[in-house]
Design a protein around this ligand. Structure first.
Ligand code: UGA
Length: 437
């Protein structure tokens, strides 16, 4: 199939690369000419395991092309995917102006039938708006169908999620559009769920909100574990082995972050309010997530008493491991709060350093060259992201380097018993606190 993808950000680029890898001819379009030039020169703007190799392979095979012209993309493809950002506004609503603009631009160059597919995460009813807009600006009166095809890829394992999806959701009104979409996804050999457009849009918001709810649920349980002496990991194992519940997304920690969950939960709350059916359960999910960070900061303050002038090492800047993405990262929020209390913070992250250096909110932090170096002379170590690398650091050496060996593990990455045996004071989430005698 000939496919174009408008928007070469995270979703657009990964999707385009994987579509090309299964044999489609793909045009990745972006209005950022510098980005397109870089991609043409073989430079990949984001870190995602395996992505660079797939892009290079498919560019060499002439199946993957980059363009800054929507017209070229639309002319050369049967199916046009929209994968532009839908940023959050201060009131929780989603800014759909990029979607609207791209819809107008597509309409302006539409000369014959195309399927226009919305892949960006959008509130229910957006598909209807896209169809209205294209109809209004469709100068040549060309036929078209609008489809909703939400993505479910996770940063850090996006290639695998895309290549081996649990399901493909196609929300469409016309059988012809469904048939074409099935051809796009045939090589992936995954279950395909065909729905109306609104249901497909809702599936995306409902899925992400449910996962966020699972995280807040286990974090609320963690708070109860802390005051009752229970162990949240054991509770999660105990309930997670029930196949109706499942163990995934029951890892207690300092809360969810990233560019999706916080935004999608807020957007779902907003659209539900607008539709006159307030979704208060999700408000509680948000509240627990915010409280989790505060509880962790309280743990740090209670143990250190005063943060002012304390040397604190922080491992982790990204919102989760295996990505360089620091957007809405809980780690960044924590660092920013500790800096505002005049702590001396030294940070390290395997992939997130470059992007974090650009953030004004943590401008006062020092950047170390390694996880170990960050702990030199530290009075406390905070683990904010669960990179595997951190679990393999020589902890005896960490202890030697620290002035006072106190560890706050916000991701339950380390083993409390081992930490106790090594002589650390060790605090984690929803588990026994280890205080050496
Ligand atoms: C999420 C969804 O998992 C994807 O299915 C979806 O496609 C994507 O959003 C999107 O809408 O584009 P992502 O934001 O990449 O993917 O990250 P997740 O792996 O879901 O993690 C989100 C946050 O939850 C991270 O901060 C992570 O540390 C936290 N988390 C996750 C927990 O605190 N506990 C868990 O058990 C799992």
């Amino acid at each position: 199939m000939d496919i174009s993808i408008i928007g070469s950000g995270y979703v657009g680029l990964v999707t385009g690369a994987c579509f090309a890898d299964v044999g489609h001819n793909v045009f990745c379009v972006d209005n950022d000419e510098r980005k397109i030039e870089a991609l043409r020169a073989g430079r990949i703007p984001i870190y995602e395991p395996g992505l660079e190799e797939i892009i290079h392979r498919n560019v060499s095979a002439h199946r993957l092309h980059f363009s800054s012209s929507i017209q070229e993309g639309v002319e050369k493809s049967q199916i046009v995917f929209i994968a532009v950002p839908t940023p959050q506004q201060p009131n929780g609503d989603v800014d759909l102006s990029f979607i609207e603009k791209v819809s107008r631009e597509i309409a302006g160059v539409l000369t014959s039938y195309r399927v226009i597919v919305d892949k960006s995460t959008v509130p229910v009813k957006t598909g209807e708006r896209v169809a209205e807009t294209i109809k209004r600006y469709n100068r040549h009166g060309a036929k078209f169908d609008v489809v909703s095809n939400p993505e479910f890829l996770r940063e850090g394992c996006a290639i695998n999620d895309l290549m081996q999806p649990d399901r493909i959701v196609i929300g469409a009104q016309s059988q012809h559009a469904v048939d074409l979409m099935k051809k796009v996804y045939e090589p992936f050999m995954a279950p395909i769920l065909v729905t109306d457009i609104s249901s497909a849009e809702l599936i995306k918001h409902a899925a992400n909100s449910f996962l966020a709810l699972k995280i807040s649920y286990i974090n609320a349980i963690a708070a109860i574990c802390e005051v009752s002496g229970a162990d949240v990991e054991k509770v999660a194992d105990g309930i997670g082995t029930d196949r109706r519940i499942g163990r995934q997304f029951l890892n207690a920690g300092i809360g969810y972050g990233g560019s999706c969950f916080p935004k999608d939960v807020a957007a779902f709350i907003h659209i539900s309010d607008q539709l006159g059916v307030p979704f208060d359960l999700l408000r509680e999910v948000q509240r627990i997530n915010a409280a989790q960070k505060e509880r962790f900061l309280k743990l740090i303050r209670d143990a250190l008493w005063v943060l002012r002038e304390k040397k604190i090492a922080v491992w982790g800047l990204t919102f989760k491991p295996d990505t360089d993405d620091v957007r809405s990262s809980v780690a960044i929020e924590l660092i920013s709060k500790m800096l505002s209390e005049d702590a001396h913070v030294t940070v390290y992250d395997p992939k997130g350093m470059d992007k974090a250096r650009e953030l004004k909110t943590i401008a006062g932090a020092k950047f170390a060259a390694s996880a170990l170096e960050a702990t030199d002379g530290a009075e406390a170590l905070v683990i904010a992201t669960e990179w595997k690398e951190f679990a393999n650091v020589d902890l005896a050496e960490v202890k030697r380097r620290m002035t006072t060996p106190i560890v706050f593990d916000g991701r339950n990455l380390l083993n409390p018993e081992t930490m106790g045996e090594l002589g650390f004071q060790y605090h984690s989430i929803g588990r026994a606190q280890i205080i050496p005698r």
